[in-house]
Design a protein around this ligand. Sequence first.
Ligand SMILES: *Cc1c(COP(=O)(O)O)cnc(C)c1O
Length: 332
Amino acid sequence: MAAFGTVFMPKMALATFENNQWSTSEIVDSDSIQLHPGAHVLHYSSTCFEGLKAFKHADGSVHIFRFDQNLNRFDQSSRLLSLPDIDQSQVSQMILDIVSQYSNDIPEPPGSMYIRPTHIGTEAAIGKAAAPSINSMLYVLISPVGDYFAGGAKPLRVLLDETGMRCAPHMGMIKSGGNYASALGPIIAAKNDVQADQILFCPNGDVQETGAANFLLIDGNEIITKALDSSFLHGVTRSSILTLAADLGMKVTETQLSVEELLQLAAKPGVEAALSGTAAVLTSVGTLIHNDKEHTVGSGEHGPITQKLRQALNDIQWGKAPDTHNWLTRVK
Ligand SMILES: *Cc1c(COP(=O)(O)O)cnc(C)c1O
């Protein structure tokens, strides 16, 4: 099967911001855009995106998961990057239009249609290192995706990094391209040096997140994760899992967690650790690597509570459990 995010529907929705206003959105070919080589985004990384999913239910209806949360975050990212303000109602309509157009191509669960709204600064101005782009382009790409766990994913090996950081702290809550580029060097080194799948960034010993996912620890009836602050990405999956954990009667603790506390907890039998994000939902972490030592998390295998929480989230997304929190937006 094709790698996640490499197959695209042939059309996408696109609008541009020029002369201080948004154009009417259009449906255009998704294999190319026209961009000046001096475009602001190519030089000064004025870019942000979102990732959300549409699901097909057994009755043929189509639903987008936590549409409003992702739109709000897209709006916030655009503002924090000094890109033109998005028009949320227009972007919402663009997403609905393109998803409806390809509703027949949405894979059945566990597959889905991954939706990637993208906003870039397009002004041709290479002298604007310290000034925003006055023009921009916003498009909505969609990509049918399969089961992230096809082929039986093994629990991840994760390197704890206390010296580096994923991105500049004031950029943490922005879903922006430069942040991923900034984390790439350390991640590649961790893959090569200790065969880690991911780095869990823990600046100054504070357990934060990985390159593109939030980190959750499960200790019996308690789920523990870093309290929100502006230094890291506020995942919609993180917040959904915490809500479902509370629904299941678990204690939800949002707090600072130190590397030392994490390693102590991870050594307890039955403890589970997981990464959360839209693409993979919840992925088990089996091993933490710290100062050349390997620490098995609990049994080192996929944890039963992680599986239960993932299933609870999938059941809502797939229409198999009541949508008690109104997380689904019906497209058709
Ligand atoms: C997208 C992302 C997440 C997960 O966010 P979701 O809304 O759950 O998909 C976590 N961390 C980073 C750095 C991300 O880019």
